[in-house]
Write a protein that binds this ligand. Structure first.
Ligand code: FAD
Length: 360
């Protein structure tokens, strides 16, 4: 089962036998929302990717696309709202309150659920980041609606329902999930699964300011310190333009340095397949694939990686995939754009040397 590409368990456009009328009180729910992850004065790139995807859904439904921005400083949020407009949002709901300065589940869930109850969006998208996963779960539970996590594809079916597709059964199947009887329909998507849209800086939109009623004394959780992870070395891997990764074909922990060296010469980042993490050759935050990071670089070099489906789903959005493998029948050659049949432990240092002398 693992050697074949994942198959949709149900096509997005049809859900025969599942037809159900949306309850009357949910018919007023309209518009597509994207929760904008805004921390330390920066928008997380996954939120911009979701604005691109949300734009397509909103256009198809002929409704508005909204961003939802929460934070402590009104001026910073207004600046961020402009960025959201340039990435496709028609309107941005801005909630500024000192209690919202740093993410905490309790006040963020309260504000998000209040906003949903007041403005009634039909779809809400969040990034499947640590923050997004935490918030999406509690918002969905509080609103008693459905949430499809880690989606790889979003579409609107012929009855205006969100068809949220995600891998299942260890990545060997894709299932398409509909939230038929509850609103909003919620989904999370991992960073780099959707392409980053090209911003249009001439684009403008509306800002709706919402006054949250929050008291610091009501919030049990306190922020003591902020330890940045997104800016850590390995956290850049998902956003690298060039990525080099190794698999079991590297044959030893020492040979991981061959992958690192080539990545460094190319100005990129590096990672590996899951067995390398299991063997302790690389840290877990360097794992690429379904249960690791999804990457979307302009160039991906996979050395000594067989191309199992769980690895493939994390890399197939790359613009150019170059595979090095001793086995001409390795599954990776089925989706690589360029394939080299050869020994990675020989070719990697040779490529590093060649690029080093050319780029010097
Ligand atoms: P192998 O499959 O053993 O392949 C090694 C390859 O190296 C072979 O193709 C071989 O021909 C080649 N080779 C050998 N020697 C050389 C050499 N000297 N030079 C060049 N090539 C050589 N895997 C992931 O990568 N990421 C995930 O996120 C992930 N998640 C998973 C989640 C689940 C629930 C499950 C069940 C599995 C997951 N896996 C994941 C594991 C996945 O199924 C594969 O087992 C794994 O990707 C294989 O790693 P590999 O290609 O390094 O090793």
């Amino acid at each position: 089962m693992n050697s074949s590409a994942p198959r949709p368990a149900a096509a997005a456009g049809s859900r025969a036998g599942m037809k159900k009328e949306l309850p009357e009180h949910f018919r007023s729910y309209k518009h597509v929302w994207v929760f904008i992850e805004f921390e330390q004065g920066e928008i997380h790139p996954v939120s911009l990717e979701l604005l691109g995807e949300g734009r397509k859904l909103a256009d198809q439904l002929q409704v508005e696309l909204a961003g939802v921005l929460l934070g402590g400083c009104g001026a910073a949020l207004t600046g961020a709202a402009g960025i959201c407009h340039s990435y496709g949002a028609d309107v941005v709901y801005v909630v500024a309150h000192p209690v919202l300065a740093d993410y905490r589940n309790e006040p963020y869930t309260r504000v998000m659920t209040d906003l949903v109850r007041k403005f009634e969006p039909e779809i809400m998208l969040l990034g499947a980041t640590v923050l997004g996963r935490d918030l999406a779960g509690s918002v969905a539970t509080t609103l008693q609606t459905g949430l499809t996590a880690d989606c790889t594809e979003l579409a609107i079916d012929d009855e205006r329902s969100l068809a949220a597709t995600r891998p299942t059964f260890g990545g060997s199947l894709l299932c398409t999930i509909h939230t038929l009887n509850f609103r909003p329909q919620m989904a999370t998507v991992r960073p780099r699964v959707m392409p980053l849209p090209v911003p249009d800086t001439s684009r403008t939109g509306r800002i709706v300011e919402y006054q949250a009623e929050l008291e610091e004394s009501d919030i049990v959780t306190k922020v003591i310190d902020f330890l940045a992870d997104r800016n850590s070395e390995s956290a850049q891997l998902a956003f690298a333009d060039v990525a080099v990764a190794g698999g079991l074909g590297l044959r030893s922990a020492e040979n991981v340095s061959l992958v690192r060296d080539l990545a460094q010469v190319l100005g990129g980042d590096w990672g590996g397949s899951r067995p390398l993490v299991q063997k302790g050759w690389i840290p877990s935050d360097r794992q690429i694939g379904q249960t690791g990071k999804t990457i979307r670089p302009r160039l991906y070099i996979a050395a000594g990686i067989s191309g199992a489906i769980q690895h493939r789903v994390g890399v197939e959005g790359s613009d150019l995939i170059v595979a090095i493998n001793t086995d001409p029948n390795a599954p990776i050659f089925e989706f690589a754009h360029l394939g080299v049949v050869g020994d990675a432990t020989v070719l990697l240092p040779a490529l590093t040397e060649a690029f080093r002398s050319r780029l010097a």
